[in-house]
Design a protein around this ligand. Sequence first.
Ligand SMILES: Cc1ncc(COP(=O)(O)O)c(C=O)c1O
Ligand SMILES: [Zn+2]
Length: 419
Amino acid sequence: MSHIIGLKCTHCGEEYPATIQNTCHECFGLLAVNYDWDYIQDHISKEKIKSGPNSIWRYADLLPVETTDYVDLGTGYNRLQRARHLEEAIGLDELYLIDDSVNPTYSFKDRVTSVAVTKALEFGAKAIGCASTGNLAASVGAHAARAGIPAYILIPSTIELGKITQIMIYGPRVIAIDGNYDDANRLANEVVDLHPDWAFVNLNIRPYYTEGSKTLAYETAEQLGWNAPDHFVAPMASGSLLSAIHRGYKELMKVGLIPEKDVRASGSQPLNCSPISTAVQRESEITPVRDYQTIVHSLAIGNPSEGENAKETIQRSHGYAATPTDEEVLEAIHLLAKTEGIFTEPAGGTTVAGLKKLVEEGYIEKDEKTVVYITGNGLKAQDTIMRTLKQPEAIKPTLTNFEELISKISRKEKEIIIA
Ligand SMILES: Cc1ncc(COP(=O)(O)O)c(C=O)c1O
Ligand SMILES: [Zn+2]
């Protein structure tokens, strides 16, 4: 007996055994993990979760692996924090955040990778890999190192230097593509067709991979005293994260761990590459974006593989989607740092800028208990963010120089406040 029945097509319902497969042979629909919910309900409890590890693996009963030999760098169970200064700045009564940039490779991607690489080893895969906008690549590199398995990583050559450095240090085989993410992804699909015993985490074992993101909902609910929030805001690239978080809340309701409630899901994408957000705003089909230029490299996916899923999740839950400009993204990075002491990368800037716009435009109401997910670390995108900061002024090390400089700085601050 197991908590996993197999895979099931999200489109036509065709069932398959749990193997390395991501699309339905009948209709090409995406496959999802098919759980035995009665079995899970009989075996799960708040006490069991509480006594589990302080990582995503405390929720193993709801994750698609059979083994307990996890590839675990210590990801997740990050603190849900009340964001008192940010809530005041943007006009909400009760705002919380999870800073997922504190994971082992400094983004939420460790959640999906830890699950996917554990599953890849269960399948006996000979190598792992991914197509990535940067954060997933670093995470796959680190987990491959820990698992002692080769990794093949395809990235656009234009991503931030900090991310490239981090990816390389773990020693995977990195292939920089002269093109964008969608080009890298297309090639990666051809690679796995040629090498069926390689597990590319976001391609041929995607149904298992996406499950890792649900743990953000579980952690939030557990830390809200086993309750769901009213509304959450997440960044979107492929659309997987947002869909998975919403699914996570529903699953907790299904197994009776939290009371039934409608949770509204809202997303954010950078204006210049916003296929999902734009479709939500226009109530239209998703049109892939071909040529895009944005500082938000980690969210720059023009043809999102789970875009429809994310759009439907937003629409059915009565959420909405924002499209901040690159400038608004940079302002929001400053806002989060100055209000909550958290330095996020442009993906987090997109989320906070989106949150702010959604509140301003009335899509999130003041009295909704809201959670915002900060998914990546600012130190990885220094080349982009440095441009928005002044270099500190250097002085000779004397007290006179120090006093002169601080009076100049405080005069400047006053000028800024008055202006
Ligand atoms: C920091 C960060 N946040 C959010 C996302 C969006 O994730 P998804 O592709 O699941 O929508 C990404 C994707 O690369 C990311 O790197
Ligand atoms: Zn199907």
